[in-house]
Design a protein around this ligand. Structure first.
Ligand SMILES: [Mg+2]
Length: 205
């Protein structure tokens, strides 16, 4: 029994948690003329429909380039395979688009691990709790029977807003350098830590 092995379903963020698409958010902001410090999607909401469409074209080009070069974070495929063997359902909640998410997951041959994938077109995006609550509704699980795993503050905030436990995965960085660590139920610095939190019965990956 591990800290989270009793949970019935696992919800992952995609980029930075399972895959690395190397998106250069600073370059994207610069090309779109957006300011730093505020997430891109929130800034697009402030624009007129015409400006927004123009920015979404730029965003889509960067995201598809990221999907084309994306790699699986080392060990994440083994983690997914181990969790899949246990039979607990897994889902993805991402602020990425449906097209780039599907392309990324199928290119890396990990799409079969997830029975629900929720992208930004599907509803209010993180930190809104909508996606987590929608997944719980479809799985027929209580919200405290799932966990949200992500590498960013917005992932953890969405879990807090939904009322489910969360794991912040820092990908090797000290937790104090990662925003959201203070809000997370658990922090996993390395993928092995994540494995030990989530997967019972096996020593390591
Ligand atoms: Mg992420």
């Amino acid at each position: 029994m591990t800290a989270l092995s009793h949970l019935r379903g696992i919800i992952f963020d995609m980029d930075g948690t399972i895959v690395d698409s190397g998106l250069d958010f600073a370059a994207m902001r610069k090309e779109m003329g957006l300011r730093s410090g505020v997430p891109i999607l929130e800034q697009l909401n402030e624009l007129s429909p015409g400006e927004r469409a123009e920015m979404e074209t730029i965003l889509h080009r960067h995201e598809m380039a990221g999907a084309d070069r994306a790699t699986i974070i080392d060990g994440a495929d083994r983690l997914l395979a181990a969790l899949s063997d246990e039979g607990r359902p897994m889902a993805i909640v991402t602020r990425n688009s449906t097209e780039t998410t599907a392309h990324t997951l199928s290119r890396l041959k990990i799409d079969h691990f997830f029975d629900i994938v929720i992208c930004r077109e599907d509803g209010p995006h993180k930190p809104d709790p909508w996606a987590i609550l929608e997944i719980c509704r479809r799985w027929r699980f209580a919200v405290d029977e799932v966990v949200m795993v992500g590498d960013f503050e917005l992932d953890i905030q969405s879990a807090v807003n939904a009322g489910c436990p969360s794991v912040l995965y820092t990908e090797g960085k000290p937790p104090e350098q990662v925003p959201g660590a203070d809000l997370a139920t658990h922090v996993a610095v390395h993928l092995n830590d994540l494995y030990h939190l989530l997967a019972p019965g096996q020593d390591s990956i």
